[in-house]
Design a protein around this ligand. Structure first.
Ligand SMILES: Cc1cc2nc3c(=O)[nH]c(=O)nc-3n(C[C@H](O)[C@H](O)[C@H](O)COP(=O)(O)OP(=O)(O)OC[C@H]3O[C@@H](n4cnc5c(N)ncnc54)[C@H](O)[C@@H]3O)c2cc1C
Length: 272
């Protein structure tokens, strides 16, 4: 199948992107790495009148540390994370999750921000952004605004972005030396989206687990005062709170079991 007819606009500036979105709203789609958009266009699951290519906009491909955050521009590629200095110590969760995001070939094209905008409930980067308390910077003809990760994801492929907004950048906080992080995922094959993924974080505010692949958005749960001997009960409570459903990839019962197992492993790791 081929995409339905659309107009292609190659934006030269951030203002160009805002202008196109301001004019066409929901009839326009931003093109970043194209790893999700192109298949959706080809299958006619998405039929925009206008596609605005943001990959030639100067300075949107940057990744830099600024104010204790990793600042990721809208067209910085997923694989570029591997080149961030001291990724494993400053951003342990991103370092652990990166190899699970598709394949090397898709990571070289796919952007970090494109994955956040796409908001697939099984994608690793939205889960990381929520677990790390990150932020999204949105831009539109009306100006800019910042949204916390936990307020950004609203449903399956549904976000807080208005029709005339796009993501200009995302920010992931640098880990403190005392923070602990653990990530686990089960997928059907290497490079597939997660059937279930879990990330545990222990920082100076407490302990929490974020689960992806189950609810419509990454689900974060705090566990105050948790000790190793409480983990069994804690993960059973967590599995019961989640909206586990059966689909082509796994039964609800298998998903619940995976939540218990992955959450338990990650919690043991951050508590050890
Ligand atoms: C074989 C294969 C395996 C994959 N496996 C995984 C996996 O295991 N885990 C995973 O997470 N992903 C996986 N993916 C998807 C991949 O990570 C995509 O790269 C990602 O979902 C989208 O990023 P992109 O830059 O390609 O965005 P695009 O495809 O260009 O865009 C995706 C959507 O986001 C919108 N968008 C993009 N950028 C912006 C922006 N700045 N502002 C507003 N809207 C924007 C687009 O309009 C579109 O609706 C896989 C893809 C393939 C082809």
């Amino acid at each position: 199948m081929k995409p339905a007819k659309f107009d292609y606009i190659c934006a030269a500036t951030v203002e160009d992107v805002a202008e196109v979105l301001g004019e066409h709203g929901a009839d326009a789609r931003v093109l970043a790495g194209g790893q999700s958009l192109m298949p959706m266009l080809s299958m006619r699951l998405s039929r925009p009148q206008v596609v605005v290519d943001i990959t030639r906009v100067p300075h949107l491909d940057g990744m830099r540390i600024e104010d204790d955050h990793l600042f990721v521009g809208a067209v910085a590629r997923q694989q570029s994370l591997a080149g961030v200095a001291d990724l494993a110590t400053r951003f342990p969760l991103l370092s652990q999750a990166l190899p699970w995001i598709g394949h090397y070939q898709t990571r070289v094209r796919g952007t970090v921000v494109g994955s956040l905008a796409h908001a697939d409930p099984s994608a690793e980067l939205p889960l990381c952004l929520v677990a790390m308390n990150g932020e999204i910077n949105l831009r539109s003809p009306r100006g800019s605004r910042r949204v916390r990760a936990e307020d950004f994801f609203k449903g399956t492929m549904l976000t807080d972005m208005a029709d005339d907004e796009f993501i200009q950048s995302a920010r992931f906080p640098v880990a403190k030396p005392t923070d602990r992080f653990a990530f686990r995922e089960v997928g059907r094959r290497h490079g597939d989206f997660a059937i279930v993924a879990a990330a545990a974080v222990r920082d100076d505010t407490g302990i929490h687990v974020t689960v992806g692949g189950v609810n419509d958005v990454p689900f974060r749960r705090r566990f105050d005062g948790l000790e190793v001997h409480d983990i069994g009960d804690a993960v059973s409570e967590l599995a019961a709170e989640l909206d586990t459903r059966s689909d082509l990839h796994a039964s609800a019962a298998l998903r619940r079991q995976l939540v218990r197992s992955l959450a338990s492993d990650t919690l043991k790791e951050v508590l050890s």
